[in-house]
Design a protein around this ligand. Structure first.
Ligand code: UDP
Length: 322
């Protein structure tokens, strides 16, 4: 049985990746320090003999006994609110944490895939974003701790590939949504759906003309799985190119949920990218991948998940670090 280590296993993407690798017949070792992750996302896996969990912060030395064939590094706060509240941990997990996991991969002879992000493009001056665009990032702005840590992560990963011949993969993840997103992580989709379910107005930042392109989680996981199994060493955008303004997105959520509430405008956060859309030519060519779940379907599935949350979860939505 091949053994895979998944960091950030109790998070949104990490938990879906655990499910996928278990389904593919792997032995999965999940690791998480539970700062932003939640054990309820992987509670269903604990009874399986193909799964084990380490409560550990990967910014510190990582020890895993036995063989390892694959590592997926998905530990990191991943929403602007999170990295504003825990900036140092955000910097450490993608810098020191990545270094530790690259060392582990080298020691075990494992292939490693690191989770990078569309944030490496910053507030992009090229649209849609192709992998060969170098980005427009403010290193000392509120997003700098995330963006620059992820850029460093790509650099050190390529260095291990070049100097140690390590088998590395880099995925640049664009906005993704689906079940198990944290209701209080500040991201636009859980924010809007949570507000609709609680009967509150939807808080649109700025005039809502900024755009994003939302990918359903199952599509993302498929893209990541294909990238891991491919022999492509360079960064690959994985995301859904279907671009929409945040105002249109708010209107879609109002329609989906049937809420009677209205859209209210709040100040636009500093350095909020004005537009974002992945160019997925490389993924199509190298991985024969493209998204298959459209937004109407993905939003329906996601709304079903949020509707199933308890009243306590719905109303206890203050941010964890506030
Ligand atoms: N946004 C919004 N209302 C909210 C939360 C976010 O209008 O309650 C906007 C935010 O300003 C950004 C977009 O939605 O333009 C996506 O924000 P998110 O935090 O989900 O992701 P990111 O900015 O990292 O793409």
């Amino acid at each position: 049985m091949k053994r895979v280590l998944i960091t950030g296993a109790a998070g949104f993407l990490g938990s879906h990746l655990c499910d996928r690798f278990i389904k593919e017949g792997y032995y999965v070792i999940g690791m998480d320090n539970l700062i932003t992750g939640d054990l309820k996302n992987i509670g269903h896996l604990f009874k399986l003999k193909e799964f084990e969990f380490y409560h550990h912060d990967v910014s510190k030395f990582v020890f895993v006994p036995g063989e390892l064939h694959y590592i997926l590094h998905f530990a990191s706060p991943a929403s602007p609110i999170d990295y504003l509240k825990i900036p140092i941990q955000t910097l450490k997990v993608s810098s020191l944490g990545t270094h530790n996991l690259l060392g582990l991969a080298k020691a075990k002879g494992a292939r490693i895939l690191v989770a990078s992000t569309s944030e490496v493009y910053g507030d992009p001056l090229v649209h849609p974003q192709r992998e060969d665009y170098w980005g427009n990032v403010n290193p000392i702005g509120p997003r700098g701790v995330y963006d620059e840590a992820k850029r460093f992560q790509e650099a050190i990963t390529m260095a291990y590939h070049t100097y140690h011949q390590l088998e590395t993969r880099i995925v640049r993840i664009f906005n993704t949504y689906g079940p198990r997103m944290r209701l209080n992580d500040g991201r636009v989709l859980p924010a809007f759906i949570g507000q609709a379910l609680r009967g509150e107005d939807l808080t649109m930042f700025g005039d809502g003309s900024q755009t994003r392109s939302f990918c359903y989680v199952d599509d993302l996981v498929e893209g990541i799985y294909r990238l891991m199994m491919s022999d492509y060493q360079y960064p690959v955008n994985i995301g859904n190119p279907d671009e929409i303004t945040i105002r249109e997105f708010a209107e879609e959520i109002i329609k989906l949920t049937g809420t009677q509430q209205k859209i209210v405008s709040k100040p636009l956060p500093q350095d909020d990218p004005k537009q974002r859309q992945p160019d997925i030519t490389v993924a199509r060519r190298e991985l024969k991948w493209e998204p298959t779940v459209n937004r109407a379907e993905g939003l329906r599935r996601t709304y079903d998940y949020f509707k199933g949350l308890s009243k306590e979860e719905l109303y206890n939505s203050a941010h964890r670090f506030s």
